[in-house]
Design a binder for this molecule. Structure first.
Ligand code: FES
Length: 118
């Protein structure tokens, strides 16, 4: 099963677009380095549509209590409902619980089109 989502240039780095792979809602994310990733468009917590959230970075604690670094800019998909963060480049794993991850799909560029398959 595969679907053409959009033209490559229609999805700018740091943005996402929702689509369907057959009956499966998916979100295609483009990270700041220009790579494309396709994930299930449904939060593992209570099922929010992740494409209504945002692509951003995440706060990571430092050795100094109360201080944080901002990491993974443009690589985190944040749920719009309660803010669970998914690592786009790491198979859609939850930052807070990396054992849990979104279903991910293959993305290929075919004749300038972003094509998702499973
Ligand atoms: S539904 Fe996504 S964090 Fe709650």
């Amino acid at each position: 099963m595969k679907t053409v989502v959009c033209k490559q240039e229609e999805l700018e780095p740091g943005n996402m677009i929702e689509a369907k792979l057959g009956p499966i809602p998916i979100v295609v994310c483009r990270t700041l380095d220009g790579e494309f990733y396709a994930l299930a468009n449904k939060c593992l917590h209570q099922g929010a549509t992740l494409s209504k959230g945002m692509i951003c970075g995440a706060a990571a604690p430092t050795d100094t209590p109360g201080e944080y670094d901002y990491i993974k800019e443009g690589e985190i998909l944040r749920c719009p409902w309660h803010g669970i963060e998914y690592d786009i480049k790491n198979e859609g794993r939850m930052l807070a619980d990396p054992q849990r991850k979104l279903k991910s799909f293959n993305v290929d560029i075919e004749e300038g089109n972003v094509v998702v398959s499973r």
